[in-house]
Design a protein around this ligand. Sequence first.
Ligand SMILES: NC(=O)c1ccc[n+]([C@@H]2O[C@H](COP(=O)([O-])OP(=O)(O)OC[C@H]3O[C@@H](n4cnc5c(N)ncnc54)[C@H](O)[C@@H]3O)[C@@H](O)[C@H]2O)c1
Length: 299
Amino acid sequence: MGALDGRVAIITGAGRGLGREHALLFAREGAAVVVNDLGGAADGSGSDATPAQQVVEEITAAGGRAVANADDVTDAVGARRLVEQAIAEFGALHVLVNNAGILRDRTIINMTDAEWDDVIKVHLRGHFMPLRAAAGYWRQQHKNGVDLKPAVINTTSTSGLYNNPGQSNYGSAKAGIATLTIIAQQELARYGVRANAIAPAARTRLTEGSPGTSSMMEPSGDAFDAMDPANVAPFVAYLATEDCPIKGRVFFVAGGGVHLFQPFAIVDAISKDGRWTVEELAKEAARFADVPFHLGNPF
Ligand SMILES: NC(=O)c1ccc[n+]([C@@H]2O[C@H](COP(=O)([O-])OP(=O)(O)OC[C@H]3O[C@@H](n4cnc5c(N)ncnc54)[C@H](O)[C@@H]3O)[C@@H](O)[C@H]2O)c1
């Protein structure tokens, strides 16, 4: 018995890195998987159907069920086709894992229009388009009295939740994805949908070569490889299970750790019975500059 027996899942960006590991584990746990990947370079340029196809071959060779999809997740028509393919091939859709992503790091001053737009587009629009397509299908199924126990797992990043200089495009998109997840939970709960997000950390082509990631190196000998991307997949699979009770949450997942975030929280306040003047605020509000934040940054 697999934890995902009978579930049909779409995993975007599953030709490589984290998405590939999610796809392999989902299939081992009994899910039928639509392996989506546009197959471009790490900066989003180009396309190649081979990575998604290879993952499908790996899954089917091991006795699992999978089909490849090479659609661009930012494309509304492509996202609809992706959902339709899951239903046509496997009869239903239960799980959407939004994972596809690219990087184009640059400081704000030097960032080009395209570097900003493309990263925001692939992450934020690339999450929204498959989500909207899947949600429309789930609403219809719910109206028809079919309880699919749908699950969405989005992919945010500590670059968005803790911020990372040089990644204003990526961090802004990833912070948006965390908020999109919570709003999706609020809007779609009435159709039985659960939406959660993970901020992973793992050694993939997106992190290899990035500055400050030497701690991601493979350990020597038999030591636990905490940065193996396969470490993240079990929690994603758990979130995808039919009876998982977790909804509307954001987690940091890396190595053997699963950390629950709280959303933006008020930590201090001033107030008066009426409108402040700028002069009064200059006296009363300046102390906000000294309020310490307990970020709990795991890095
Ligand atoms: N690796 C980490 O430590 C880390 C940390 C935080 C967040 N993430 C996030 O995890 C996700 C997976 O990243 P990864 O590290 O495995 O990188 P990766 O480059 O190995 O995998 C990303 C995949 O997404 C695909 N993709 C890109 N644009 C696409 C599009 N428009 N349509 C369909 N597929 C597309 C790429 O072809 C690639 O195979 C990303 O959203 C990334 O931002 C990764």
